[in-house]
Design a protein around this ligand. Sequence first.
Ligand code: SF4
Length: 278
Amino acid sequence: MNKSYEKFKQALLDATHYDRKIEPNKKVFSASMLGNQKLQNYLQITIGAGSDKTEVDASTLGSLVHTAIKQAAQARNKFMKITYLPEHRFSHTLENGWTITGSIDLIDHEYNTIFDHKVTNTKSIIKIKKEGKDHPYALQLGVYKWLLSKESDIEYKSVITAFDKQASKFNQESLDMLQFIPIDTYSPEEIEKLLTAATDDLVTYMETSAEPAQCDTKSLMWYKKPGTDKSVPMRCKFFCSYKLVCPYYSIKGELMQGMGIKKYYKKKIKKWKHLHLK
Ligand code: SF4
C-alpha cells in the first residue's frame, strides 16, 4: 500500500474512534454541554453513555474535517513561526466543584481568534446567524473564551468555520460551501453564571433521581416519511449521542409516550450496561 493510502486510512480510523470516557457521576461538564438540552446532559453525567461508535455516521464527516484542518495547521506551523494551535484542551473548576472542560478546534495567535469547525447545512447556518449569543454554538464558544480568560488577559474573537453540505448553485439560500461566521458571545462573567446554574441544576436532578423532561420537541428536527403520516425525530435518530440510553427514544426509532416509559427505560439501561460497561 502506498503512504497516502495509509495516511488516509489512519485519518478515517481517527475520525471514527470512540474516545468518550464512560465515567458516570463525575462532576465534569464540557463546553458543548452548555447548549445541550437538560436531558442530554443528565444522561451524559449519570450514565456516562454515548454512541458506541461502531458505525460511520453523520458525525464521522465532521471528525474527518477536524482531522484535516488539524493536519493543515500543523503543516503550516512547520514553515512559519507557530501561529495556529489546533485542538487545545483545557479545564477550570467552578466554586461548586464542577470541572469545566473544553477543546478549542483552532486558536490563531496572530489575530487572537478562536475557531470552532462545524459541518452543517444551510438551514442551520441561518439559525446560527439569527440566534446570536443564545445559539448552542455561541454558548460553546463563550465557554472557550471564559476558559481562556482564566489563563490570559488576551481578548479573543470567536468564529465558526461552517462547512455547508448543501451549498450549491441550485440552492437559493447558500452558494458558499465554507463560511467564516463571526460570533458574539456572552461575557466571561455571564458564562460563569450560566455554567454554575446549569451544573447546580444537574445536581438537583441527580439528588432526586428524577430525569429531566423529554428534549424540547421543536428542537428535534421532525421529518415526515414520504407516503406516510409518520414523522421521525431526526435529531434523536441521527444526531443524538444519547439515543441508546434516552428514556423517551425507542429502539424502533420513535419517541415513547405514556406510562410505559419507566419500565421500558429500566430494561433499556440494563441492556446498554450489559453491552457497554463490562
Ligand atoms: S434521543 Fe431525542 S429526546 Fe432523547 S436525549 Fe436525544 S435528542 Fe433528546
